[in-house]
Design a protein. Sequence first.
Length: 94
Amino acid sequence: MSRIKLILLLTLFVLTVSCNVHTFTFGEGPSEDYTKVLKQHNFIGGFISNKTPVINEINDETNYSIIIKKSFLDGLYTIFSFGLYTPTTIIIIK
C-alpha cells in the first residue's frame, strides 16, 4: 500500500509543478537585444494580485514579445505555501 501512495504522491507532485508558458508577440517580434525579467506576486491561488508590474518600456513600442510563465521555482513556492503565494515570471524582450 505504501508503494501506491508514493506513486500517487510523485504523480501529484509532477502535475502540480509542471511549468506553463504563454508567449505573446507583437508586430515583427523583438529586434533589439533587450530583456527584462519581472515577478508578479499573486495570492490565494492567483485570485488576488499584489500589483501588476508597470511596463513603461513598451508603451510606444510596436515590435516586442512578452513571455508569461510559471517556472519550477515558482511552482515550489506555491506548493510550500499551500497555494497562498503563487508568483508568476514575466519576461519582456524587445
